[in-house]
Design a binder for this molecule. Structure first.
Ligand code: 5AD
Ligand code: SF4
Length: 472
């Protein structure tokens, strides 16, 4: 079979990263390999995200840029997958003449048959049928080995929560969980291929397995914790209303579970939370934070906040600022509210003007910056165990490493903070340290990263296997 080249542009969330890997896996039997460049590709997929307006615009502007490529290479197949595909369906075929296939969030399994059909008949297809089937891991199809030591694993799809601003339940469908043995099987395979850290993904991992009467999420975590050779476990996202005592206790009981939770609060105002259909109050949220910090004092807490939700008053916004001051998040993702097709809030009155949203975003970001830097500065002088996951992208920039001779590495702490360090013994960038667990003394703090120095690179024992780690 001739090798053909596949290029995927993944937009949006971690779940899309996982889905793109699934696409690669499914197209391998048709002879597709990852393309070294976009120009060399025979098949281009844009895996889209509909969560916010900006993400949707990104997809269409990328498709626009493909016009010249398709003119030069008419046999090029262009596909649109993911949430925008699910939402717009056939309309994309009408709006963008170069697109050959639109496949929705439930059509992953049918991708190879559509591609075959298009290559043979040069037809145009839209498949946005929703099914109750979940894409399961099959042990006879190996996971994509891409050399990464940290990977995402989707454990459930869809969402049943219907927050009024959110498009996810409409484009991803109802919540459905994978079987635990399928999840465990997949992680075992990943570990065999060198993966050391997994992030379990779901829109609301707290309701994992409930509908299907599988095991609970804390029970699943326990099973993952037992996988030999796996070093760290992360998960995202947890809905505050369902954050159970069992899950909170897992942070104390499971040694592989990282000290970090992403717990989106969205707003600090009870009236906004009510209109968002979040089903908790600011007070309840703070109680959960208290419980988490009692069980796990060093836990890092991050969150999402939407500003400018329809009807948000100055007092509502102030309540959000107050909550942010009270919690002191490690970091915060902030979004200006945008209307989404089908989401009920799009029809709410009292929309907040764009310049007001921008002003509030600026104020919130400035406040959060103070806490992020404060939390990072508190780590200066401490020694953190990091898992090295690659070369530092920001060599010689933000973290002030400019001028250091040596290899610039990056890794994360259990609390999910990025730590960069330089190995002065090495001048060339082979991958010797990737996957190593290294104690690093933190020397400097920045808003998005830390700079450290390995405590003793040459004499560190490997924490998981017990072997001597890299020795120069
Ligand atoms: N407008 C702005 N932000 C949104 N989010 C979800 N929907 C919208 C919207 N319509 C944000 C929420 C969510 C994160 C993934 O995206 O904060 O937690
Ligand atoms: Fe959207 Fe709410 Fe579901 Fe999260 S929990 S995906 S914000 S509907």
């Amino acid at each position: 079979m001739n090798t053909k080249y596949l290029y995927i542009n993944t937009i949006g969330c971690q779940m899309n990263v996982y889905d793109s890997e699934q696409m690669v896996r499914r197209l391998k039997p048709l002879g597709y390999e990852i393309s070294p460049t976009i120009e060399a590709a025979d098949l281009i997929i844009v895996n889209t995200c509909a969560i916010r307006e900006k993400a949707e615009q990104k997809a269409f502007s990328f498709l626009g840029r493909l016009t010249a490529l398709k003119r030069k290479k008419p046999e090029l197949i262009i596909c649109v997958g993911g949430c925008v595909a699910q939402q717009e369906g056939r309309l994309i075929l009408e709006r963008v003449p170069n697109v050959d296939l639109v496949f929705g969030t439930h059509a992953l399994n049918r991708l190879p048959e559509h591609i075959l059909k298009i290559s043979l008949k040069r037809c145009r297809i839209s498949d946005v049928e929703m099914t109750q089937e979940i894409v399961e891991f099959s042990p006879d199809v190996n996971p994509v080995v891409n050399g990464n030591i940290t990977r995402f694993v989707t454990i459930m799809r869809g969402c049943d929560n219907y927050c009024t601003y959110c498009v996810v339940p409409y484009v991803r469908g109802p919540e459905i969980s994978r079987r635990p043995e399928s999840v465990i099987g997949e992680i075992r395979e990943l570990v065999k291929s060198g993966v050391q850290e997994v992030t379990l993904l779901g829109q609301n991992v707290n309701s994992y397995g409930i509908k299907e009467r599988l095991c609970s999420f804390p029970e699943l975590l326990k099973l993952v914790n037992e996988i030999e050779g796996l070093f760290r476990i992360r998960f995202t996202t947890s809905h505050p209303k369902d954050l159970s005592e069992d899950l909170i206790s897992s942070f104390a009981g499971l040694e592989k579970l990282c000290s970090h939770i992403h717990l989106p609060v969205q707003s600090g105002s009870n009236s906004v939370l009510k209109r968002m259909n979040r089903k908790y109050t600011g007070e309840l949220y703070l109680e959960k934070i208290d419980r988490l910090r009692k069980i796990s004092p060093d836990i890092a807490i991050t969150s999402d906040v939407i500003v400018g939700f329809p009807g948000e008053t100055e007092d509502d916004f102030k309540a959000t600022l107050d909550l942010v001051k009270e919690v002191e998040f490690d970091s915060l993702f902030t979004f200006g509210y945008s209307d989404r097709k089908n989401a009920p809030a799009a029809r709410f009155s009292d929309k907040v003007p764009d310049d007001k949203k921008k002003e509030r975003l600026r104020e919130l970001l400035e406040l959060q910056e103070y806490y992020t830097v404060k939390k990072n500065r508190a780590l200066v002088g401490s020694t953190e165990l990091i898992l090295v996951d690659g070369f530092s992208k920001k060599q010689g920039t933000e973290d002030g490493q400019k001028g250091f001779a040596g290899v610039h590495w990056t890794g994360r702490t259990s609390t999910n903070k990025i730590v960069n360090f330089v190995d002065e013994n090495f001048l060339s960038g082979d991958s010797a340290l990737i996957g190593k667990k290294i104690d690093v003394k933190i020397q400097k703090a920045f808003s998005h990263s830390l700079l450290g120095k390995p405590v003793d690179l040459n004499r560190l024992p490997d924490r998981v296997t017990g072997e001597e780690s890299y020795a120069a």
